[in-house]
Each structure stands twice: as C-alpha cells, then as structure tokens.
Design a binder for this molecule. Structure first.
Ligand SMILES: *Cc1c(COP(=O)(O)O)cnc(C)c1O
Length: 390
C-alpha cells in the first residue's frame, strides 16, 4: 500500500490538526484553564506541565497548528504581537549581545520601530534602517560577523512595500546574521518565510490569524529548535506574556477558517485597489497586486493566492477630504487594526503623530469578507462626495 498523502495546511487548519479530546471524545477543541498541575505519586509531573506561565494544553494545541502552517520546528504564542517581537529581541540580546547590530526596514510596524529606537538610544543594540526591499543598501549595511539580525516585513504596514525574502535571507546568512520576518500581513496562507530561508517568523495573531477582531495575540515560529529558540522559550516563562487559554482557544477557532478568509479578503482587496486606481479622486494606490506597484513582480512570485487584505491610497483633494471620506464610509468602520472579517479605514498620519513620514492625505484600508461590490459602491459614492460631485 502506498503512503497516505500528507494533508495540506488548509486541511490541518480546518481540522485543528484532527486532535480528539482523549478524556471526552469531543471533536471541537476543549479549553483547559487550570493554572497548576498535580504531581504524580513519584513527585514528578506526569505530562511535563506544572504551571500555566510555562505552558498549557490549549495554547500548545494552537502553537502546534501554527508551527505546521508555517512549516516550522516550533511555535510560541504570546499575549500580543508586540510581546512576541520584543521577546525575540530580548532573546537576541542574551544570545548575541552585548550591543548586537540589527538592520531593520525603514517602513515597519510603527510601535516596534519605536521600541527598537528606544533600545538603541539606551545603547542596548546598534540599529540601522535600510529602505524596504533595497538589496544593495542592505548589502552595504551588513557587517559580516558583527550583524546579528536582519528584520523584514512584507508586505509592510501600511504602504505595502515588498521585500524579496529569499534574496534577503541569502544576504543575511552570508554575513552570519539571522533573518526574522514579520509575516502579519501575508499570513502563512500567502507566504511561508521559513521556506524562503528565514530563521524566525513573527505574527500579530490579533490580525488575520484570529480574523475576528476579538483576540489580542502574537506568535513566533522558528525554523529550528536551537539555542536562540530555547532562550525565547525561557524568556516567555520568566516574563510571563504567554497567551491565556481562552484567547488560545478563540485563536484556534479562528485559524480553522483561515484558508477561506485570507483568499476572500485578498480577492476583495484586489478589486477595491483596481477600482481606486481608476478613480480621478485618488492620486496614488499602494497595493502589491496592482501591476503598477514597484514590488508587484516579486510579490507575484513570493505570494500565493493573493496579495493580502491591506491597501492604502491618497485622496487627491488633500487631508481634510481624506478625513471626511474615512468618517463618511458606511461599510468601513473607522478604526485601527487589520485582518478581520469586517472592513476598516484609518487615517494613519494622525495615529502615528508628528514623527510620521506618511502623507497626510493617506487612508489605510483593511478589506474583510463582505461583498466587494458593496465596498466599491460605498467608496465610489463617498469619493464622489469628496470631489464635490454630489
Ligand atoms: C498589529 C501589528 C503588530 C503588533 O501586534 P499586536 O498584536 O497589536 O501587539 C506587529 N506587526 C504588524 C505588521 C502589525 O500589523
């Protein structure tokens, strides 16, 4: 008899790995909320668990699924994406410190950029920014034997800059550095950074991985269980930002529909981007699915099945009109975050504050799973209003 075909990620996600609860036979995953575990007669912990801050079965279930979806050796879940990313950097300081050299992209998640700059100002690490996807600039910034880590984010939030991960992985490794990728916007459905050579993937699971706007969570997935990974695991135990059982259970529930939601949002986002690109009231659209986007060719090669839910555009009539559009849209909630089933609009420059380098007429959209025709009709009517046509 031939070997059974290994299940695809979509099947593993839909079935939550197909684990049936041994105690009850339940098909839907149970929640295990206990903070502590009883010792056996010989004084040991029979299942290797003693306290919830280390690990718990529900969080481990979601971690096992996420590791499979990313093709990684192990995954850890955290109380937020920021907790996951900062824990990775704290582990790096221990493993490759003191004062490791880190190269990061100019356009990256705003709060993490600020946190890294604070650490650099404290003298804890040496930080260098390079333009997203600029391989020659990265090659110049790398210091062989000295650079510990290259951080990448593709597509970047909110301008959707694209980075060729295979190229960056090769450059980083040649210089003896690791590559870590913020994969939040693409998700493992569209891009698997580890298969392209990355050493570590970070996610804000608050976005598409959970997908329903009701969980704050973060994840790290490693290509190998090495010394850095052990340090990450220990850092989480010591600091305590493990994801709780309830959130882990909700995340697991959200992950089961990931392979339906991500392609649906991406298809809707492409239609919205195409509509906006043809509208006279819009001066620029940032979406890697458009052939006019500078990263389109790389994105088309690197991303499978779509270009993600996130896009940004500039309102030709300026900032006041952009803000009016955000407030007036009916099928988009004016709110931060991305990757939920409902569509969102946000004026990013006012969120980021005076230090922001974004144009003040830029609006960011996160496309959900609504009928794209409704979203386009809403945008059309609202932009006409902003143009003074109504
Ligand atoms: C939201 C986000 C983060 C931070 O995650 P939280 O869960 O909000 O802490 C990091 N990177 C990207 C790209 C994000 O969109």
């Amino acid at each position: 008899m031939s070997e059974p075909r290994p299940p695809s990620p979509a099947t593993l996600a839909a079935r939550a790995l197909g684990r049936v609860d041994e105690a009850t036979g339940a098909v839907a995953p149970p929640i295990s909320v206990s903070t502590n575990y009883e010792r056996g007669a010989d004084g040991s912990w029979p299942q290797g668990r003693s306290y919830l801050r280390d690990r718990n079965p529900t969080t481990e279930h979601a971690e096992a699924l996420l590791a499979e979806l990313e093709g990684g050796a192990a995954a850890q879940l955290f109380a937020s994406g920021m907790a996951a990313a900062t824990c990775a950097f704290e582990a790096l300081l221990r493993e490759r410190g003191p004062r490791p050299h880190v190269v990061a992209p100019e356009a990256m998640y705003w709060s993490l950029r600020g946190w890294l700059q604070e650490r650099a100002a404290l003298g804890l690490l040496e930080l260098e920014f390079v333009p997203n996807g600029d391989a020659p600039a990265l090659a110049r910034a790398l210091r062989p034997g000295r650079t510990a880590l290259v951080w990448a984010e593709t597509p970047s939030n909110p301008t959707c800059a694209i980075t060729d991960l295979a190229e960056v992985a090769e450059l980083a490794h040649r210089a003896g550095a690791l590559l870590a990728v913020d994969g939040t916007v693409a998700t493992p459905v569209l891009t698997q950074p580890l298969a392209l050579g990355a050493d570590l993937v970070m996610h804000s699971a608050s976005k598409q991985l959970n997908g329903h706007g009701d969980v704050l969570a973060g994840a790290l997935v490693a290509a190998r269980r090495d010394a850095l990974w052990d340090t990450i695991v220990n850092e989480r135990v010591k600091r305590g930002p493990i994801l709780g059982p309830f959130e882990s259970w909700l995340l697991l529930r959200g992950l089961r529909t990931l392979y339906l939601r991500v392609p649906a949002s991406a298809a809707g986002a492409l239609r919205v981007a195409e509509f906006l690109a043809g509208h006279p009231g819009v001066s620029q659209v940032f979406y890697p699915g458009l052939p006019s986007h500078p990263g389109h060719a790389i994105a088309a090669r690197q991303m499978r099945g779509g270009f993600g839910p996130l896009l940004s555009f500039r309102v030709r009539a300026g900032e006041a009109a952009a803000r009016a559009v955000a407030r007036r849209l009916r099928h988009f909630s004016e709110a931060t975050s991305l990757g939920g089933v409902e569509s969102l609009v946000e004026h990013r420059a006012s969120v980021e504050g005076p230090a922001s380098t974004l144009p003040s007429d830029l609006l960011r959209l996160s496309i959900g799973i609504e009928d794209p025709a409704d979203l386009i009709a809403d945008l059309s009517q609202t932009l006409d209003f902003a143009l003074g046509r109504l």
